[in-house]
Design a protein around this ligand. Structure first.
Ligand SMILES: *Cc1c(COP(=O)(O)O)cnc(C)c1O
Length: 529
């Protein structure tokens, strides 16, 4: 039994009791091992790997990565890890940094580009040109760093970035252009070479977000799959991010950002001598840094090894092949795009004549562009209106019922809402541990789909949707917010209700700024102190 939440810190307790409390708290969590949780966790399925990572962390738990001159082991470990990444994904002269995750790697890459643009090109109001499928971390970085986003719609058939439209969106103020290898949402690889060439032609930097794909794609290639070039060896690519806590199977808190050369990386560093304390040089966002995270990533890389990663990539490819074949055979299911690296997104269609995989038109979301940024080159008819559930279109209600039904059967599939004409879908990140689960997953999917179809559709009262659309998120008071959260069924004791379809259907229908405000308010109710 989990203990009551602490209101203040009570007197100390014995270590074994404290650990027992922590263990009990895990009971309600999604399983992180066993291949049934298809987002957030990466299970290599290798015996002893978790124990190795934990032991390596422990050995370095008290080390401070802030100062590699006092703790030279940190410099050695980081050079080893970044060196391994540069050997796989770099080009001669590439240099990089170990960071806490993809978000930090991206934040640093955008900061580097911003400062490079200011120093080298005199740009004081920098822009970031990115496909609409680029990870939200770029919007976060732009928001933190005062950079304007220019969002370019992707091809609605392939979900890949449109290189021509990206080229057209580059201006004299563009500091950085982004491509994904692959995108998180749909798992498809952008035309990196064409995007990088367009950036280079204008003297602009180009970042490849290989956070999720960087460590698996080269090994998929070695395992015999066709993978187009996407790394720093591609002309025009100037930086790249890769998360070792994804397909590197390290524990969370491990990523690398790589640059084409030392001069570019220097823009990432922060040095400060204008205070009476120790002279500061911080390569990353953090000051004091956990030595343990670097050590566990090093240990996992060293243990699995080059050959091991190729074998693991082969297992992911096998799981992916079998899952894709099974999904495509399910009536009414449509796999989105051509998934390249173990990520699969699929949607379910409404009562379309012609049934499965008819390639029905994607349903349109109500969103257009990103807050604070602008959208370039979008089709005038895209993002307008809402045809969810229309003939042949994605059926949001059915999709979300399916996710709930699967969760009741012990599987976590990640719902992704509609955006800018791209259909809502369920996302699955496959890992080697998935291989043994594919048949069970497909069986449960078929059964869950039947159950979901038998459920009454969830819809949003059009009057309410109209009303919500008129609310100004900037001026909503606490009572308005409480009212909307209560209406959505989110006024309970924190967390989502067991059936998430009603609240997600409502969220999907709201305009982006209101969505964002409600998401923040909702999380505020979870972290309520
Ligand atoms: C995971 C991911 C990120 C963000 O990384 P975090 O480690 O979650 O901070 C960025 N881009 C892509 C493509 C990702 O898959």
């Amino acid at each position: 039994m989990p203990t009551e939440p602490l209101r203040s810190l009570p007197s100390g307790r014995p270590a074994d009791e404290v650990l027992a409390e922590l263990g009990a708290l895990r009971a309600a969590d999604a399983p992180t091992r066993g291949g049934r949780t298809f987002a957030y966790v990466y299970d290599a399925g290798l015996e002893g790997l978790d124990e190795l990572a934990a032991a390596a962390y422990t050995a370095f738990a008290t080390v401070n990565g802030l100062d590699p001159t006092v703790f030279p082991s940190v410099a050695r470990l980081e050079n080893d890890v970044v060196g391994a990444v540069a050997a796989l994904l770099g080009a001669p002269g590439a240099q990089g940094t170990f960071t806490s995750g993809g978000t930090e790697s991206i934040l640093l890459a955008v900061k580097t580009a911003r400062d490079h643009a200011r120093a080298e090109r005199g740009i004081t109001a920098p822009q970031l040109v990115l496909p609409s499928t680029a990870h939200a971390a770029f919007h976060k970085a732009a928001h933190y760093l005062g950079v304007e986003t220019v969002v370019v719609p992707v091809d609605p058939g392939t979900f890949r970035a449109d290189a021509t439209a990206i080229a057209a969106a580059i201006t004299d103020r563009t500091a950085l252009v982004v491509a994904s290898a692959p995108s998180y949402a749909h798992g498809v690889i952008d035309p990196v070479a064409r995007i990088a060439a367009a950036a280079a032609a204008r003297g602009v930097l180009c970042h490849v977000d290989a956070c999720i794909g960087g460590w698996i794609l080269p090994h998929l290639r070695r395992a015999g799959r066709k993978v187009e070039p996407f790394d720093l060896s591609v002309p025009g690519v100037t930086s790249l991010s890769v998360d070792l806590h994804k397909y590197g199977y390290a524990d969370k808190g491990a990523s690398v950002v790589l640059y084409r050369d030392a001069a570019l990386r220097l823009h990432q560093y922060f040095a400060h001598a204008g205070w009476p304390g120790y002279p500061v040089v911080n390569p990353t966002v953090q000051g004091t840094k956990p030595g343990g995270l670097l050590a566990q990533a090093w240990a996992v890389l060293r243990h699995v090894g080059d050959d091991g990663y190729t074998a693991l990539a082969g297992r992911v490819a096998e799981a992916s092949d079998r899952l894709l074949a099974g999904l495509r055979a399910l009536p009414g299911v449509r796999v989105l795009g051509d998934p390249a690296a173990g990520l699969v997104a699929f949607t379910v269609l409404g009562n379309a004549p012609g049934g499965a995989n008819g390639g029905g038109a994607p349903s349109a979301g109500g969103d257009q562009g990103a807050g604070g940024g602008q959208t370039a080159g979008s089709d005038s008819d895209r993002g307008a209106g809402s045809d969810r559930g229309a003939e042949g279109g994605a059926d949001l209600s059915l999709l979300l019922h399916l996710a709930d039904e699967m969760r009741e059967r012990g599987w976590y599939l990640q719902p992704q809402l509609s955006f800018d004409g791209l259909p809502p879908n369920l996302h699955l990140t496959l890992t080697p541990a998935t291989v043994d689960q594919v048949e069970a997953l497909l069986d449960d999917l078929a059964a869950a789909l039947d159950s979901a179809r038998a459920l009454p559709p969830v819809s949003v009262d059009p009057g309410l949707a109209d009303l919500a659309a008129q609310l100004d998120p900037a001026t909503l008071g606490p009572d308005d917010i409480a009212g909307v959260l209560a209406f959505a069924g989110l006024d309970g004791d924190g967390g989502l209700p067991a059936r998430t379809a009603p609240v997600l259907v409502l969220l999907d229908a709201l305009p982006q700024p209101l969505k964002e405000r409600l998401l923040a308010e909702f999380i505020g109710t979870i972290f309520r102190i």
